[in-house]
Design a protein around this ligand. Sequence first.
Ligand SMILES: [Zn+2]
Ligand SMILES: [Zn+2]
Length: 209
Amino acid sequence: MDECYCHVWEIDSVEIEDQLLENSIFSIEVHATFTYSNSEQDDEELDLAAQIDSLETETLRRTHRLPLDRMKSNPRSTIYGILNSMYIRVERFMVDKILDCATRMLGNKHYKNRNVLRMGVDVDVMVEKLPFDVDDDSDPETIPASEAAIEGLEEVKVDNTIDCAICLDSLSSGCKGKRMPCSHVFHGNCIVNWLGISNICPTCRFELQ
Ligand SMILES: [Zn+2]
Ligand SMILES: [Zn+2]
């Protein structure tokens, strides 16, 4: 149960308040639809019709406003961050699609003088259990980690090649990475940029104090 779908498109519109911005931004409107089974029984005990009957969906909608500079300098970790903050288990193809669209828009003369570049993203994911509380309206606003905590991260040499969960590229054995107290290891740059946005481990949601 982990099929997913991701659709990304340009939104060609200008709002009056766009002119008030001093720096250009990307405004990315993400709709994440989670399909899950609300049945108490094991899937295997139900026939297909009953399984389909027990499916429920829940949609999270959020608009992320990102400085253009950040999208240019750290596109992968930035995109990873916005999807992860919406409880989406991020797959590389999702990041690639959003990055493709962003790159296309940045290279398109049509958008050259825009203060706000708008993009729509639809993500459908199948999950076993809804990863958030439906009744909880509170927006999980991200808080950056303290500089001391970021500086205090342990530098480690990678023994066996692993994937960095932020940029989804590999950290090959022998190269240096940084380890969070929860023991998850990332590229140094990736985790430092990430913690500047959010103090939560992108892999296990451990909170760095
Ligand atoms: Zn990385
Ligand atoms: Zn972790």
